[in-house]
Design a protein around this ligand. Structure first.
Ligand code: NAP
Ligand code: GCO
Length: 270
C-alpha cells in the first residue's frame, strides 16, 4: 500500500537554518525547535556581546550553533555573511527573517527618520537577506523562507504606524516571494505571532506603581480567547511545520499563532 504520511515529513535532519536576530526571544525559540528537529543552526545579531550571549544560551541547551555579527540592513555585510556561512557551514536551506524592532510613538510625534528606520529593519532587511540566500536555494532546487510577521500585518493601533506599515508590507513581500519563486520549489510563508512575552513587549506588561497589572496587559488578556500572553515556545511547532517538507504545498500563507485574537470581536458587554 502507498504510504501517504510519515512523521519524518516534519524532520529537519541535514538542513541548515539561518535565523536572523536569534540570540534570545522568538528567534532563539524558533532556532531551538529547529535544532530539536535536526537542523544545524546559524544565527546573526547586531553586536558581538549579543552573539556571545546567544552562543552561551544555545550551548546551555546542548546546541552547537554558529553565530555571526551582522546588521540585517547592511546589504554588503549580509552578502559577505551568507558567503562565509556557505563556506564554513554549508548552503542555507531555511531562512527565518526574525530580526525586528518596534518604535511605539504617536504618529504625529514620530520623526520621519524613525519611521524609515523601522521600515528598514522590519521590511527592507527581509528583502535583503532573502535576496542573498535565494540564488543558492534556486540552484539546490528547494528552499524555505519564513518571515516573522505580526498581528500588525492585519491590524492597526495607536502608536505603531511604522511597525504596522512594515509588517503589512512584509506580509505582501511574503506573497510576492512565493509567487516569484514557487516554480523553483521555494516556499515563502509568514508566521504571525500574537502578543508574545519577550523583551520587545516587556513595557506593555510592566507592573504599575500600585502593584496592579499594566492596563495594556489586561486589554490583551481580554482580547485573546486563550486568555493569556503567548510565550516564544508557542511558535516552535508552527515554525518547524513551515520549515519542513510537511508544508511543501503551502506558499504565500501567513500562519497566525495568536491564541485566537484575529478570530475574536472582543468581550460582549454584560
Ligand atoms: P526582541 O526580543 O527585540 O528580539 C529581536 C532581535 O532582533 C534582537 O536580538 C535584536 O537585537 C535583533 N535585531 C534588531 N535589529 C537588528 C538588526 N538591524 N540586525 C540584526 N539583528 C537585529 O524581539 P522578539 O519579540 O523576539 O521579536 C522577534 C520578531 O518577532 C520581530 O520581528 C518582532 O517584530 C516579531 N514579533 C514579536 C511579537 C511579540 O509579541 N514579541 C509579536 C509579533 C511579531 P537587539 O537586542 O540589539 O535589538
Ligand atoms: C504592540 C506590540 C505588537 C506585538 C506584535 C503583535 O506594541 O502592539 O509590540 O506590535 O509586538 O507584533 O503581533
Amino acid at each position: 500500500m502507498e504510504k501517504t504520511f510519515s512523521l519524518s515529513q516534519f524532520s529537519l535532519d541535514g538542513k541548515i537554518a539561518l535565523i536572523t536576530g536569534a540570540s534570545y526571544g522568538i528567534g532563539f525559540s524558533i532556532a531551538r525547535s529547529y535544532a530539536e528537529a535536526g537542523a544545524t543552526i546559524v544565527f546573526n545579531d547586531i553586536k558581538q556581546e549579543l552573539v556571545d550571549k546567544g552562543l552561551a544560551l544555545y550551548e546551555e541547551y546542548g546546541i552547537r550553533a554558529h553565530g555571526y555579527v551582522c546588521d540585517v540592513t547592511d546589504e554588503i555585510g549580509i552578502k559577505a555573511m551568507v558567503k562565509q556561512i556557505e563556506s564554513e557551514v554549508g548552503t542555507i536551506d531555511i531562512l527565518v527573517n526574525n530580526a525586528g524592532i518596534i518604535n511605539r510613538c504617536p504618529m504625529l510625534e514620530m520623526e520621519t527618520s524613525d519611521f524609515r528606520k523601522v521600515i528598514d529593519i522590519d521590511l527592507t532587511a527581509p528583502f535583503i537577506v532573502a535576496k542573498a540566500v535565494l540564488p543558492s536555494m534556486i540552484e539546490k532546487g528547494h528552499g524555505k523562507i519564513i518571515n516573522v510577521c505580526s498581528m500588525m500585518s492585519e491590524l492597526g493601533r495607536e502608536t505603531v504606524a511604522a511597525y504596522a506599515a512594515a509588517k503589512g508590507g512584509l506580509k505582501m513581500l511574503t506573497k510576492n516571494i512565493a509567487s516569484e519563486f514557487g516554480g523553483a520549489n521555494i516556499q515563502c510563508n509568514g508566521i504571525g505571532p500574537g502578543y508574545i512575552a519577550t523583551p520587545q513587549t516587556a513595557p506593555l506588561r510592566e507592573l504599575q506603581a500600585d502593584g496592579s497589572r499594566h492596563p495594556f496587559d489586561q486589554f490583551i488578556i481580554a482580547k485573546t480567547p486563550a486568555a493569556r500572553w503567548g510565550v516564544p515556545e508557542d511558535l516552535a511547532g508552527p515554525a518547524v511545520f513551515l520549515a519542513s517538507e510537511a508544508s511543501d504545498f503551502i506558499n504565500g500563507h501567513i500562519l497566525y499563532v495568536d491564541g485566537g485574537i484575529l478570530a475574536y470581536i472582543g468581550k460582549q458587554p454584560q
